[in-house]
Design a protein. Structure first.
Length: 424
């Protein structure tokens, strides 16, 4: 399993391969994980227990810009403006095809290939991004004649949101490499049916070659008695956005709704508190100041993964907010929300999320431009909480929610792996 980001690294994408790895052994597979070493972060006791018996091969980078500094003064300098060295690093990253981790894998490929050859795996699985994981999966698959599953998660070059600045040269190489990976992989796995459909149509792929395996929640992951020691004031309607508001997950739709509610029902508006974790981006902060809503948005420090359930269970309402251009994305936090018996408010462009919420009875979704409907919903929620009534008229369906456990998704993956190895 090639997972450039893996626990203890706290990056988007690290939990998906972790959950697969710890549950695949229940379906007859013995995972070996190849990842980029994170020298600054340690595994939790729970993670050590879950990973017992799973071999981890770590590739050590000479430097690592993805690990956040714990120095608050250093972080403050970064937030106020980039240093010359950071600007140079960004420029270099912009020019390098695929991503800058490609150099690390390329330089270490001989040793990686030697270790993988000694293991003699039945198959290779890789996840991206970082997309260099697929470069490594493709090369090992070809050199060792092993079947290969490419776990694409979100769109790569077909995405309509630029996650990284790319030069014309690197963009061209990215597209050609993506085409090669799509053609060479024995299976392509995505985390949303809309992404699967996008790739199937664009590359004219057979239905047999592609599948969607959603992200998942896992009651064994981050299970801990460690509590988050902040209590919410129950006088308010407490809405939790479990993450940091940013360009890809904007606060603006909720800000607009609260601004309208402030003019139509000021008492209801003042009863709402939005909790998020980490500093809000400058654009959203400016909007808060413009509409004088600073008191209603509370920004907490990021929490430890093992404290997540303690946070989510304090909420009255759990918020999903996704950039309107991310039509093929299902935020990973949706699955974490399904773990707890709290209603979900989704403000997102992907109708697939709405289908999941309807099917499970776990929440409702509005489009990003449906500000008046969002405003009315929030106003109703304030009233319903005051009356000690459920915020949703639908009932949660535990049986359907269990379809999205990590055990279920690992079982889906194992069926593809079984099929490819038995075909061989």
């Amino acid at each position: 399993m090639i997972a450039p980001y893996f626990v203890p690294r706290r990056r988007v994408g690290s939990l998906r391969p972790y959950k697969f790895a710890i549950h695949l052994k229940d379906y007859g597979w013995n995972p070996v994980v190849l990842t980029i070493k994170d020298a600054k972060t340690k595994l939790t006791d729970r993670e050590k227990l879950c990973l017992d018996g799973i071999r981890i091969i770590e590739v050590s980078p000479p430097f690592d810009r993805t690990v956040k500094s714990t120095d608050k003064n250093e972080n403050k300098i970064k937030n106020n403006g980039k240093s010359l060295s950071s600007k140079v690093s960004d420029w270099i990253d912009k020019q390098i095809p695929i991503d800058s981790w490609l150099i690390l894998f390329w330089l270490n490929y001989r040793d990686i290939r030697k270790q993988v050859k000694q293991i003699n795996p039945d198959m290779i699985w890789s996840t991206g991004d970082p997309w260099s994981g697929h470069w490594l999966g493709n090369k090992l698959s070809g050199d060792l004649s092993k079947p290969w599953i490419a776990d694409f998660r979100d769109p790569w070059t077909l995405s309509n949101v630029n996650l990284r600045n790319r030069s014309g040269f690197s963009s061209k190489i990215d597209r050609s490499q993506e085409y090669k990976f799509v053609q060479n992989a024995d299976r392509l796995i995505f985390t949303a049916k809309s992404t699967e459909e996008l790739y199937r149509n664009y590359f004219n792929l057979s239905e047999k070659k592609v599948d969607t395996i959603y992200n998942s929640f896992d009651e064994t992951v981050n299970k801990s008695d460690e509590m988050w020691d902040i209590e919410f004031n129950d006088h308010f309607l407490n809405i939790v956005f479990f993450g940091r508001f940013r360009r890809l997950s904007p606060a603006l739709p909720v800000i607009k709704a609260l601004n309208i509610l402030s003019s139509t029902n000021v008492k209801a508006a003042q009863k709402i508190r939005i909790h998020s974790f980490g500093e809000m981006e400058e654009e959203d902060q400016q909007q808060l100041e413009k509409y004088q809503l600073q008191d209603q948005f509370i920004m907490h420090d990021p929490v430890l993964p093992q404290q997540s359930i303690s946070v989510l269970t304090k909420a009255d309402l759990l918020l999903v907010s996704t950039n309107e251009q991310r039509k093929h994305i299902i935020p990973a936090k949706l699955w974490e929300y399904l773990r707890v018996d709290k209603p979900i408010l989704s403000i997102a462009p992907n109708p697939e999320i709405a289908e999941i919420l309807r099917d499970t009875g776990a929440g409702v979704q509005f489009s990003i431009n449906s500000i008046s409907e969002i405003t009315a919903f929030l106003s109703d929620c304030v009233t319903l909480k005051e009356e000690n009534q459920p915020l949703l008229s639908t009932d949660r369906n535990p049986d359907k929610i269990r379809r999205y456990t990590a055990e279920s998704t690992a079982k889906q993956l194992s069926k593809h792996m079984d099929g490819l190895t038995s075909d061989g």
